[in-house]
Ligand binder design. Structure first.
Ligand SMILES: Cc1cc2nc3c(=O)[nH]c(=O)nc-3n(C[C@H](O)[C@H](O)[C@H](O)COP(=O)(O)O)c2cc1C
Length: 357
């Protein structure tokens, strides 16, 4: 039987175990999107994960959604990531950058006034956090057909920058209602050009992003994260047949690229996720989603049952940097504190209240 603590080969990497640190936005970069020293320490502390997926990283100024998120599009940002990569590698770990263009889930106040773009000029429901408080989401500018290829190239550029910084590769964030998912979901993609109107057309942008990124750094260094039917941030996929057709087209489109891994969010026992795993010729990373929080029992069971090759663990990794050792030894684990998730300093990031063993 496979075990969570067994080594595994994923794309270009041999990983010490099957625990992946899930991507988590922590809003502690400088105003210029540069990771700080404290971020190198944060990831270094968690380097016993088989693989770390960083917080979402914007591939361009326009791709930023939230305050103080890091980027991979300026020389200073690349230098910042070099320190992170070196710190993790010094501990024997592996780390890939999650490339996250948030599309319409953004506000100019969070990105120096830069404009917000999306597949269609439809504002997301609700409000977004800014330094001046909660603000309604703006109506994004719909990307022109010819512009879309340039945005796909931004991902390739960020992937080259990641490798130049010494990171081990990238994960493409095509989940949770951000830009790629806005192309996939019918509620956010009202286009009638080659990027909208049918399942195959809605999948096209994500396929082109993946092709451009794989061409830039090699498919064996690229993973992709999907959350079909997550219905987050107003990216609604409520027609099961249409959703299945879209994600089938997507997986068929990326099949020739030899990606390192597929990363799914959602109950892995759901029929569509089972089907996507069967369709993907490579290792699959599973994350059950927000509720309940991933625990040791679920993580072990997903791998032992064959539902996952690896398991991505989010909040438990915030609360304990030495999560791998704790779970291996069945040691007690602490609860994370949501008040320190998004922004702040060392507390809840690199410093944790003392606890007895
Ligand atoms: C503070 C925080 C920030 C997150 N940021 C991201 C992100 O940048 N990209 C992403 O794909 N998922 C993000 N997520 C979702 C996690 O990767 C994961 O799917 C979620 O936490 C559920 O897993 P868990 O139960 O192990 O925490 C975030 C979650 C948390 C708690």
């Amino acid at each position: 039987m496979r075990d969570l603590f067994d080594p595994v080969t994923v794309g270009a990497w041999t990983l010490a175990n099957r625990i992946v640190m899930a991507p988590m936005t922590r809003n502690r970069a400088s105003a210029a999107g540069v990771p700080r020293d404290i971020t190198a320490l944060y990831y270094r502390q968690r380097a016993t994960a088989g693989l770390i997926v960083t917080e979402g990283v914007q591939p361009s100024a326009a791709g930023q959604g939230y305050p103080n998120t890091p980027g991979l599009h300026t020389p200073e940002q690349i230098e910042g990531w070099r320190a992170v990569a070196d710190a993790v590698h010094a501990e024997g770990g592996r780390i890939v950058a999650q490339i996250m263009h948030t599309g319409r889930i953004a506000h100019p106040a969070n990105k120096d006034g830069n404009e917000t773009v999306a597949p269609s000029a439809v504002a997301a429901p609700g409000t977004i956090h800014t330094a001046e408080g909660a603000r309604p989401y703006p109506i994004p500018r719909a990307l022109g057909t010819a512009e879309v290829a340039a945005v796909a190239e931004e991902y390739a550029g960020a992937a080259r920058a990641a490798v130049a910084a010494g990171l081990d590769g990238v994960e493409l964030h095509a989940a949770n209602g951000y830009l790629p998912h806005q192309f996939l979901a019918p509620s956010t993609n009202l286009r009638d050009d080659v990027y909208g109107g049918s399942a195959a057309a809605r999948a096209r942008f994500v396929i082109e992003v993946t092709e451009a990124t794989a061409a830039a750094i090699g498919g064996e260094r690229v993973g992709i994260r999907l959350s079909p039917g997550a219905n987050l941030h107003g990216a609604i996929e409520d027609d099961p047949a249409g959703t299945a057709a879209t994600y089938r087209a997507l997986l068929d489109g990326i099949a020739p690229l030899g990606l390192a891994y597929l990363h799914t969010i959602g109950d892995p026992e759901e029929p569509l996720l089972r089907e996507l795993r069967r369709r993907f010729d490579g290792p699959v990373v599973v994350n059950d989603g927000w509720y309940p929080m991933t625990d040791e029992h679920t993580a072990r069971r997903r791998v032992a049952s064959g539902q996952a090759d690896l398991v991505a663990v989010g909040r438990a990794f915030i609360a304990q940097p030495d999560l791998v050792r704790r779970w291996r030894d069945h040691a007690p684990v602490a609860e994370p504190d949501p008040a320190t998730f998004y922004g702040g300093g060392a507390l809840g990031y690199t410093e944790h209240p003392a606890r007895s063993e």
